[in-house]
Ligand binder design. Structure first.
Ligand code: MG
Length: 285
C-alpha cells in the first residue's frame, strides 16, 4: 500500500507575480502596467485562488519605478479590492539601484522579497552586496514585514541559514527558489530535490516555494505542488499560456496552477490559511 503523503492534504499557496520589471506590452499586450491594470489583474487572480500578489511598479513608459507613491496606490487598491490577499513588494533590483530598492518599505506591505546574494542574469550581474542585504533586512524588521527569501544560487541558501541563525531573520522563514534563469540556477529536478532536503537540515522550520522562469513555469509548479511546497505563477516570470499562445491574462496562468493542485489533490490555500502558514496577522491595515 502506498503511504499517503501528508503534503497532499496541506493547502498550497499560489503567488502571482503580476508584472515584474522586464516584460513590456510589446511582448504581451495583456501584461498589467498601470496601477489600475495591476489591481484589476490581481483581483481576477485572487478570484482564481492566488493569495499572494508579488508587486513591481512601472512608469508610464513601462520602465521600472521604485516610486513610493505608486506602491502606496497599489497597496491601497489591493487592500480594497482583494481583501486578505498578501501584498508582497519586490525589493529586487535588476537595475541595481542600491537603497532605492527599499525606500517603499515604510508603506508596510505584508511581505517583501529579499535577495541574499549576487549572481548573473541573462545580460547583467544581479548585484546584492552584503551591506545592502543587511540594510534591507533591518528595514523589513523595523516595519514588521515578512521577507520572502529569494534563492538564485546555492550560496544564497547558506546565507539565509546564517541570517536565520543570527536572528536577523526571525520567525519561520519563507524561502523561494528561482529556477530557469539563463546564467543562474537551472530548472533541474535533482538540484531542486537537493535544495528541499537542505532546507530541512538548515532550518528548524521553514516553508518554501519555487518560481520557474519562462517555459519552466508549469514544470516547476508541478514539482512544488507534488512535493508539498507552495508555488508561484504570473507574467513576470512567463508571458505564455503554452508554446503556441501568449497568456491572455495573469488569471489564466493562475487557473493553470490551480488545476495542477486539483490534479494532485492539493487544496488551494485561501487568504486566511495563507496568512496562517506565513505567520501573518489576520487583521491588518
Ligand atoms: Mg519580482
Amino acid at each position: 500500500m502506498k503511504i499517503k503523503n501528508n503534503y497532499q492534504t496541506s493547502p498550497c499557496i499560489i503567488c502571482v507575480a503580476l508584472t515584474g520589471s522586464v516584460p513590456r506590452k510589446k511582448h504581451n499586450k495583456n501584461i498589467p502596467i498601470s496601477i489600475n491594470e495591476q489591481i484589476e489583474s490581481a483581483h481576477e487572480c485572487f478570484e482564481e485562488g492566488a493569495t499572494i500578489a508579488h508587486c513591481h511598479v512601472r512608469n508610464n513608459d513601462e520602465s521600472i519605478s521604485f516610486s513610493p507613491d505608486k506602491f502606496f496606490k497599489l497597496k491601497e487598491g489591493l487592500r480594497k479590492f482583494c481583501h486578505g490577499m498578501v501584498i508582497q513588494f519586490s525589493t529586487g533590483g535588476r537595475y541595481s539601484l542600491g537603497k532605492e530598492r527599499g525606500k517603499m518599505l515604510s508603506i508596510k506591505p505584508d511581505m517583501a522579497s529579499l535577495s541574499v546574494g549576487s549572481n548573473n542574469f541573462p545580460n547583467s550581474v544581479y548585484s546584492n552586496p552584503p551591506e545592502l542585504i543587511d540594510w534591507l533586512i533591518e528595514e523589513m524588521n523595523k516595519y514588521k514585514i515578512k521577507p520572502e527569501i529569494e534563492i538564485f544560487d546555492l550560496s544564497h541558501l547558506f546565507k539565509a541559514a546564517e541570517l536565520y541563525k543570527d536572528n536577523k531573520i526571525t520567525g519561520s522563514p519563507y524561502i523561494q527558489f528561482v529556477m530557469g534563469i539563463k546564467n543562474a540556477m537551472p530548472a533541474d529536478k535533482s538540484v531542486f530535490n537537493f535544495y528541499i532536503k537542505k532546507i530541512d537540515k538548515l532550518f528548524k522550520e521553514a516553508s518554501w516555494c519555487a518560481a520557474g522562469i519562462g517555459k519552466y513555469q508549469y514544470k516547476i509548479n508541478e514539482w512544488c505542488i507534488k512535493k508539498g511546497g507552495h508555488t508561484r505563477t504570473g507574467m513576470e516570470d512567463n508571458i505564455r499560456l503554452n508554446k503556441n499562445m501568449l497568456a491572455p491574462s495573469n488569471a489564466s496562468l493562475v487557473k493553470l496552477t490551480a488545476n495542477i493542485c486539483k490534479i494532485n489533490k492539493r487544496p488551494i490555500a485561501n487568504w486566511k490559511q495563507t496568512r496562517q502558514i506565513l505567520g501573518l496577522p489576520l487583521k491588518f491595515n
